[in-house]
Every structure is written in C-alpha cells, then in structure tokens.
Ligand binder design. Structure first.
Ligand SMILES: Cc1cc2nc3c(=O)[nH]c(=O)nc-3n(C[C@H](O)[C@H](O)[C@H](O)COP(=O)(O)OP(=O)(O)OC[C@H]3O[C@@H](n4cnc5c(N)ncnc54)[C@H](O)[C@@H]3O)c2cc1C
Length: 268
C-alpha cells in the first residue's frame, strides 16, 4: 500500500516543443502597488502548453537602446546560440494563466528597485511587442497528497496563486507568502482549506520565522517553495528537519540578491 502511494505521488516530467513566440501586449493592470499584470496575445500562442504551476517562460525584452528584441537561435540539440554583437535580455516568468480560445497569456511581474524586466513594466503599453520562449517542460505534481505547503515571496505569488486554483476542494494547504506590506497582498481563489500566513518585510518578519511557528498539514504532504536564494537555502534543511520527505520537497531560488537573472533549484 505504501509503495502504491509512493507511485501515485511521483511527479511526472513532460517535455514541450521549444518554440519562440512573437506576441504583443493586450492589457496592463496594476494588481497591487507591487505587482503588474501584463496579458500578451497573438497567433504565435497557438499550441502553447503549460501543465504545471511552476513552469516558466523565458521572456525576451527589447534592448532599451535599439528597441529591438534579440533572441537566441536554437541548435539541433536545443542549445541556445546567441547572436554575435547583440544583447539578449531575458528573464524567467511564470505562466500565470493561459486562455487558449483567445490565445492570451497572463504574466504577473513583481516590481522591485531595478532591472530590465522591472523597467519594462514601468513603461509598457498596449500593443508593445514581447517575445517568449518555452516552457521547455513541466513537472506535474499529482493532486493525490494529503496536504500541500506553498511558500514564497512576491516572485512566487503567480505560481502559488495558480496552484491554489488547481488544488482539490477541502485539501489542507499551508501558505506562507512574504511581501512588502499589507498593500502587496493578493486575494487567492481556491477550494482548498488554506491556512494563509502573510509575512510583511516592513515588520522585519522572515519566511523562516513564520514557518517555524506554523503547523504543517497532517499526512503525506508536498512542499513547494521559491524565493530569494539565501532564504531558499535556509528553508530546505529546516523543512527536512521538520520531517518533510525530501522526495516531496522542491525549493527554488527565483532570484539572488545582488545578481541579475538567476535561477537554481536547492538540492542537498
Ligand atoms: C522559474 C522562475 C519563475 C519566475 N516567475 C516570476 C514571476 O512570475 N513573477 C515575477 O515577478 N518574478 C518571477 N521570477 C523572478 C524573476 O525572474 C527575477 O526576479 C528577475 O531577476 C527579475 O528581473 P529584473 O530584470 O527585474 O531584475 P534583474 O536584472 O534580474 O536584477 C537586478 C537586481 O535586482 C535584484 N532583484 C531581482 N529580482 C528581485 C526581486 N523580486 N526583488 C528584489 N530585488 C530583485 C537582483 O538581485 C539584482 O540585484 C521567476 C524566476 C524563476 C527562476
């Protein structure tokens, strides 16, 4: 029986055709003073697939000097070949929602101090061009767990919001979300039974301290966390010490303080 449960709870990796898509901005909306929602659309989104809440697309931004969006070419083995003498500006973003009937993709951008993605969101208007690549693949975590834990900062909110929409009715979910202050909080739509903890940076509280005092759901749980790198590195040993099965734990660094354009999964 235990072996069967393990099999039923095994995450599955699904690969997708790697494609660059040339799109344009359909709408821009400030969800909070700290989060801008940009919906992009176009025929190139035909066949777009994103099966997991923690998928990401590479978003290619215009060169601020030339206004041109440069992208790599992909060689036969899928390795990117960068155009000589041209700047490729790309960052990772979560497909927050995809409307296949309208060919529209929703991306939510956390606004911070500096960086090309943040700068782009400050001046973007309807009709502006944008290119995306991917997702390359999706890691699908079954909905067969007794409970779920979702932890993250602003950059993880799109993935957390999307996962909460997918979770089955009544399943226990602990959510710890770190944002600047109350004005950055989002309203989640979910049928899960959630225990939601907002952590406000302005009070000096940290994700780890909120996690220490929060009760994990009973039974077999899947824990997903994504946030700044050094916080992410502290979370993994803490969660394992709390009894979380490392096979059912994924911790990612979605950004690294002081370094542009980073992404890593925290392993032992
Ligand atoms: C798989 C994946 C999915 C992601 N999904 C999303 C998403 O849906 N929405 C989203 O907003 N972000 C998401 N991110 C994070 C986003 O890619 C990074 O925050 C990215 O670095 C932002 O690019 P930038 O051009 O604004 O800043 P960069 O040029 O990359 O960085 C400039 C400076 O800003 C700092 N910095 C970067 N991000 C932040 C931040 N959030 N807060 C404070 N300082 C920061 C860097 O340390 C650096 O010093 C995701 C990352 C990954 C790996």
């Amino acid at each position: 029986m235990e072996e069967l449960q393990t099999i039923l709870r095994q995450p599955t990796r699904v690969r997708h055709e790697l494609k660059r898509r040339s799109l344009s901005v359909v709408s821009v909306q400030a969800l909070t003073p700290h989060m801008i929602r940009v919906v992009v659309g176009g025929e190139d989104l035909a066949g777009f697939r994103s099966l997991s809440h923690d998928d990401h697309v590479k978003v290619f931004f215009p060169d601020p000097v030339t206004g041109v969006i440069n992208t790599p070419e992909f060689s036969g083995n899928g390795a990117p070949v960068f155009p000589a003498g041209k700047t490729v500006i790309a960052r990772d973003y979560t497909p927050r929602a995809f409307d296949a009937a309208r060919n529209e993709l929703t991306l939510d951008f956390a606004v911070h101090e500096a960086g090309p993605a943040t700068a782009w969101t400050q001046s973007v208007t309807v009709g502006d061009p944008l290119m995306i690549g991917g997702p390359k693949g999706s890691t699908v975590v079954p909905l067969a767990f007794d409970g779920y834990v979702l932890i993250g900062d602003d950059t993880a909110l799109p993935a957390i919001a999307r996962r909460l929409e997918e979770l089955p009715a009544g399943v226990k979910a602990l959510v710890i979300a770190e944002v600047e202050d109350e004005t950055a909080q989002l309203t989640f739509t979910t049928e899960a039974d959630i225990d939601l903890h907002w952590v406000h940076r302005t009070t000096g509280e940290k994700i780890e301290s909120a996690l220490e005092t929060a009760a994990l759901p009973d039974g077999d749980i899947y824990v997903w966390a994504a946030c700044e790198g050094s916080a992410a590195r502290r979370l993994r040993p803490h969660l394992i010490a709390r009894g979380v099965n490392p096979k059912w734990l994924k911790v990612s660094a979605y950004w690294q303080r002081g370094t542009a354009d980073t992404h890593s999964t925290i392993e032992d």
